[in-house]
Design a protein around this ligand. Structure first.
Ligand code: FAD
Ligand code: NAP
Length: 267
């Protein structure tokens, strides 16, 4: 965006013009921001919104997972500024008060209702792929549906481990713990120059899955019977993780065929 708020069309068939209400930078490249919520906007935790900004004569559209809980008055998104990225360059001077287009429909199939059974829900995220799990983990139904919730967040450097405060506070929220699940937060870094923080793992999700470190850290085995897995973020991580799971007998959820994993590629 330019330094003054861009003009956006007041009415578009499928979108409404919403207002940015807050912006929070986790690092110089990673940010979360909130917008007003379009009237009647519905989404299931795990789904994404399509956001639009105007750049000159053009309106650019991109998909962003919703990180806010389903019942909140505002919508929140978590994103990384891609160097030279067409859309994210427009957000460089994003401030409260800026207009942004939000499509009226939500999209995506990486939702917990895809699983018909299972005991342990594994949520595997690289980078900003954490976003949908922030929303999913604030859904009381998820805490009721599973016995164990395991969130794995893998980033290059530990300063990119966003949402720590919110995540650590989840087990203190009565509406969530009433469901009975146990939450485990597993963090991993791949490029930290210094020793990683105590308790954090080191290495890619794929490496930690292959060498057994991930299951050892959670104290849970990944099995066809018990494990249900959601993966989000880097598409190469997702492809490689699918292959590992496939070799262990797990299968993707299909429209009419229940499976053990669902995915969301970010590019
Ligand atoms: C279903 C879906 C949901 C998405 N949700 C999010 C989200 O919640 N947060 C988010 O930051 N992005 C998300 N994305 C990616 C987002 O839509 C944009 O592609 C991204 O913000 C870059 O747009 P751009 O125009 O600035 O860069 P582009 O010019 O489109 O550059 C794209 C390149 O940037 C890199 N890239 C794109 N997204 C990411 C990312 N998230 N992390 C690291 N590298 C990336 C890839 O190398 C990609 O080829 C999602 C994409 C999809 C398809
Ligand atoms: N300069 C570059 O070469 C380069 C490359 C890619 C992206 N970028 C840009 O840097 C920004 C930040 O990206 P990001 O760090 O949030 O996302 P990312 O590159 O997807 O990295 C997030 C985490 O995913 C891991 N990962 C990457 N590929 C994987 C694979 N095939 N299998 C398993 N794990 C994998 C990374 O490990 P590793 O640290 O081991 O990769 C890292 O820990 C983006 O703007 C992106 O466009 C730059």
């Amino acid at each position: 965006m330019s330094s003054s708020p861009p003009k956006t069309p007041v009415s578009q068939l499928k979108a409404s013009t919403e207002t940015v209400t807050s912006v929070h930078y986790w690092t110089d490249k990673l940010l979360s921001f909130r917008t007003t919520r379009p009237a009647g906007y519905q989404f299931t935790p795990g789904q994404f919104a399509r956001l639009g900004v105007t750049a000159g004569e053009e309106t650019l559209w991109r998909a962003y997972s919703v990180t806010s809980a389903a019942g909140e008055d505002e919508l929140e998104y978590f994103l990384v500024q891609v160097p030279g990225g067409l859309f994210t360059e427009q957000l460089k001077s994003l401030k409260p008060g800026y207009p942004i287009l939000v499509e009226k429909f939500s999209y995506g199939f990486m939702t917990v209702d895809r699983f018909v059974d299972g005991e342990d829900l594994w949520m595997l995220a690289t980078g900003t792929g954490l976003g949908p799990f922030i929303s999913i983990l604030q859904d009381p139904a998820v805490w009721k549906k599973f016995r164990n919730l395991v969130l794995v967040h893998c980033v290059r450097n530990s300063d990119e481990l966003a949402y720590q405060e919110l995540l650590s506070a989840l087990p203190q929220r009565p509406e969530l713990v009433a469901g009975g699940a146990r939450l485990q937060l597993i963090r991993s870094t791949t490029r930290d120059q210094q020793a990683t923080a105590p308790g954090n793992l080191q290495g890619r999700i794929t490496t930690l899955l292959s060498n057994g470190e991930l299951e050892a850290a959670a104290g849970l085995d990944i099995t066809v019977e018990k494990s249900r897995i959601m993966m989000c973020g880097n598409p190469e991580m997702i492809t490689a993780t699918r292959d590992i799971l496939y070799q262990r007998g797990l299968r993707p959820c299909r429209r009419a065929v229940p499976g053990q994993f669902v995915t969301e590629d970010y590019w």
